[in-house]
Design a protein around this ligand. Structure first.
Ligand code: 5GP
Ligand code: ZN
Length: 113
């Protein structure tokens, strides 16, 4: 498996892991764009948002639930934060294993660039 994030899950590449359970892993982004920038990924390899199957809906909910838990633990849940999932080239996806960006610790503008 050549997938970068699968290698992080399998501990073949190091990462600064902030949360793990049987289904989900979260770690600090290597190139942060906010004071907190973490990536929340399913342990199951799913390449893009377009590849999610109906049996995986609970897993996707778990990504969002984990983001909220991490936001609470790090103290910016009430102030607010941003979650982002990029899909394919025009969406800005560069790693083809779905991941939720959790961005916190500053204010974000809208619309996105
Ligand atoms: P995308 O552009 O696909 O939505 O997000 C991919 C994210 O993965 C980027 O924010 C990038 O900084 C991060 N990233 C790429 N390679 C690595 C790595 O080896 N380790 C970690 N921790 N993050 C990575
Ligand atoms: Zn993968």
């Amino acid at each position: 498996m050549e997938c970068l994030f699968c290698k992080i899950i399998n501990r073949e590449i190091p990462a600064d892991i902030v949360y793990e359970d049987d289904h989900v892993l979260a770690f600090n982004d290597i190139s942060p764009t906010a004071p907190t920038h973490q990536l929340i990924i399913p342990k199951k390899h799913i390449a893009t948002l377009n590849d999610i199957e109906e049996g995986e809906l609970a897993l996707i909910g778990r990504l969002q639930f984990t983001a909220a838990q991490l936001a609470r633990q790090q103290g910016f849940a009430d102030d607010g934060y941003r979650v982002v999932m990029n899909c394919n080239e025009k969406g800005g996806q560069t790693v083809y294993h779905i991941h939720m960006h959790l961005l916190g610790g500053r204010a974000f503008t809208w619309p996105a660039g």
